[in-house]
Write a protein that binds this ligand. Structure first.
Ligand code: SAH
Length: 213
């Protein structure tokens, strides 16, 4: 599990690429520039780690495209110490970005194989989530609510109500909504019952799945 000078150089090029595509937040760019993405993929695929593309990981899932990770993270406006919830731990890459930004991260994954693999892997490379959970993201995590922000990293056919209700007032939910293509959507909780919705461009995610298997 090495991170070499060559990897760092490739990573800097990736940062330049996503900057050109419109990512501005320096802290987000800094996190992408720092995290060894190649370690989140099987070792045979190192050449794919620093191109701006999604890539298959275990259990038919994908590690999201770096631009998409940066885009969603930018919308979350994470501050150090924020309590955040991620739905879809997958490889743990997005989780690492959030940890790097100083967030206390809770992340839920419904595939046991990925949950186990990522639970072992993240601490090994020094990224500690507050808690990784094997469970159903549609329900959110009522025990730990409310959250400063919530990110969904799979395509949701609809917005799960628990996720909206588990936001702090002033909190942000970033969720790609749609079936085959998703619209990146930001919900701002303005009051107990008041939400503001903003839509961004189209993205493609693996589906947020309901009940297991
Ligand atoms: N954030 C991940 C991207 C993973 S892809 C990364 O950085 O690598 C989306 C993930 O969502 C997959 O791992 C998939 O198993 C998971 N997922 C799908 N439906 C889910 C659900 N209902 N609850 C929790 N996780 C879910």
């Amino acid at each position: 599990m090495k991170d070499t000078f060559k990897h760092k150089g490739m990573r800097q090029q990736l940062v330049d690429t996503i900057k050109k595509k419109g990512i501005k937040d320096e802290r987000v760019l800094g996190a992408i520039g720092k995290i060894p993405r190649h370690l989140f993929m099987d070792s045979g695929f190192i050449d794919h780690a620093y191109v701006d593309k999604a890539f298959p990981i275990a259990a038919d899932q994908t590690i999201s495209q770096p631009y998409t990770v940066a885009f969603q993270t930018e919308l979350m406006q994470v501050k150090p110490g924020d309590k955040v919830l991620e739905i879809g731990t997958g490889s743990g890459y997005q989780c690492a970005v959030l940890v790097e930004l100083g967030a206390k991260v809770f992340s839920i994954e419904r595939q046991q194989e990925l949950f186990k693999k990522t639970s072992k892997f993240l601490p090994k490379i020094g990224y500690r989530a507050k808690k990784l959970i094997f469970g159903d993201g549609y329900k959110g995590l009522a025990d730990e609510a409310p959250f400063d922000s919530i990110i969904v990293t799979a395509g949701a056919p609809f917005v799960p109500k628990p996720l909206l209700s588990q936001l702090k007032v002033g909190g942000r939910l970033v969720i790609p909504v749609g079936d085959s293509v998703q619209t990146m959507t930001l919900y701002l909780r303005k009051g107990e019952k008041e939400f503001e919705k903003h839509e961004f461009g189209e993205f493609r995610f693996v589906p947020l799945l309901e009940d297991k298997n």
